[in-house]
Design a protein around this ligand. Structure first.
Ligand SMILES: [Fe+2]
Length: 402
């Protein structure tokens, strides 16, 4: 699928981000009617889910089935793939999944972002917004059936109704929300705070711990849930401390038991003082930037299309404009004719004019491949630019930066 058709930003889902974060985020549910009207098919379709089930090596970890409000054990729809008597792996059996759906089961595809480019794009939107991982889960419920019994999840949930309709009951998040998964008996919850029918294009935000239940009424319902685990201060501060603890002065292997215990206490006291000193010296603004960058990188989104990039380097046109990529590059001193480059663990020597051209591009800007290497024939300039593009030093200037 071409992900350029799925250019949703976070504001397309929740509206004005300032309003969302001040009034709804972490506080109360938000329902946005028709937020993605006419655009949901580019995210996922029933046909794509058919194709995923038909793949013969789908791991059961990616598929769950719930019937009558409860999970169906995986062995009801999986088989062991074996080779000459040796078990290789568990795989989903499509016919059994279809049979469970026909008899009223809700089918759930976990981590759709692991194999569907449009879902990965959606995860990328959340990674940029929250600097942490998220997961796209698809729910397909047959007409006239409940999905899951009333429960709450330990994650923030952004529901996007893709096809059909689904009736939702949502209860107020309790005052002391629990960051775990638990079921509720309807009689304990009382009347729901919101009862509504989601239609294709509607977006619903549920803060973690919000009890909810959903049922498909008139037709098959397909919705996506993007789940995001909220990060607490303890997670972020813990990461900062972990970073400081990478220093070799914390490398030792103490023996704390027995007679050496008093020495152990003294040594620990000294290290804690050092850590406290490091924490006091930390620059909070720089640390926020580092935490954001690390969180976005870990999220697994925004992976480049490396094969496509390499293939495009092979057919680089003389007029293609090139710029420096985000890949770190070290340019060494000149030996009078050539300068050393260090990139991605590769060392190479390039003519000084090429090193100068790269230095010039460090501050931004782009140059056609034919004129990248000044003073040589165009074909040679393109050839050198191709080599540096393959190494990742240069990239075509029309790509969006991730
Ligand atoms: Fe849920």
């Amino acid at each position: 699928m071409d992900t350029s058709t799925t250019t949703q930003g976070f504001e397309d889902l929740v509206g004005d981000p300032q309003v969302f974060f001040s009034e709804y985020f972490n506080k109360k549910p938000l329902l946005r009617r028709g937020a993605l009207e006419g655009r949901t098919r580019s995210l996922v379709s029933v046909r794509q889910l058919d194709d995923i089930v038909a793949m013969e090596a789908v791991s059961p970890a990616y598929l769950r089935v719930a019937k009558d409000g409860r999970g169906v054990p995986g062995k009801a729809y999986t088989r062991t793939v074996a080779d000459r008597g040796a078990a290789l792996t568990e795989a989903v059996v499509p016919e059994q999944v279809y049979e469970l759906f026909r008899s009223g089961g809700t089918i759930t595809w976990n981590a759709l972002n692991h194999f569907l480019p449009s879902a990965r794009h959606l995860v990328d939107v959340f990674a940029r917004t929250f600097a942490c991982p998220s997961e796209v889960v698809a729910f397909l419920t047959p007409a006239g059936k409940d999905g899951y019994a009333p429960h709450h999840d330990p994650v923030d949930v952004y529901v996007i109704q893709i096809e059909g309709t689904k009736d939702w009951r949502i209860w107020e998040p309790p005052a002391d929300r629990r960051a775990d998964k638990a079921s509720h008996r309807p009689e304990d919850l009382g009347p729901p705070a919101i009862e509504t029918t989601l239609r294709a294009g509607d977006v619903l935000y549920l803060p973690y711990g919000t009890p909810h239940a959903a049922a498909a009424k008139a037709e098959v319902s397909l919705h996506l849930s993007v789940t995001v685990e909220p990060r607490r201060w303890r997670d972020l501060v813990g990461e900062t401390v972990q970073q400081l603890l990478q220093d070799p002065e914390f490398d030792g292997f103490p023996h704390l038991a027995g007679a050496t215990a008093p020495d152990g206490a003294a040594a620990l006291g000294a290290l804690l003082s050092r850590l406290a000193g490091r924490l006091a010296e930390a620059d909070p603004a720089a640390e926020v930037d580092r935490l954001l960058a690390a969180g976005r990188q870990r999220a697994g989104a925004g992976r480049p299309r490396e094969f496509e990039r390499l293939a495009s380097a092979d057919v680089l046109a003389p007029g293609t404009r090139l710029r420096r990529s985000a890949v770190p590059l070290e340019i060494g001193p000149s030996d009078g004719a050539k300068s050393g480059l260090l990139v991605n663990g590769h060392r190479l020597a390039v003519p000084d004019a090429v090193a100068d051209a790269l230095r010039e591009l460090e501050s931004g800007g782009a140059v056609p491949a034919a004129h990248f290497f000044p003073g040589v024939p165009e074909a040679r300039s393109v050839h050198v630019a191709q080599g540096l593009t393959r190494l990742g030093v240069l990239e075509t200037a029309d790509r969006t930066r991730s």
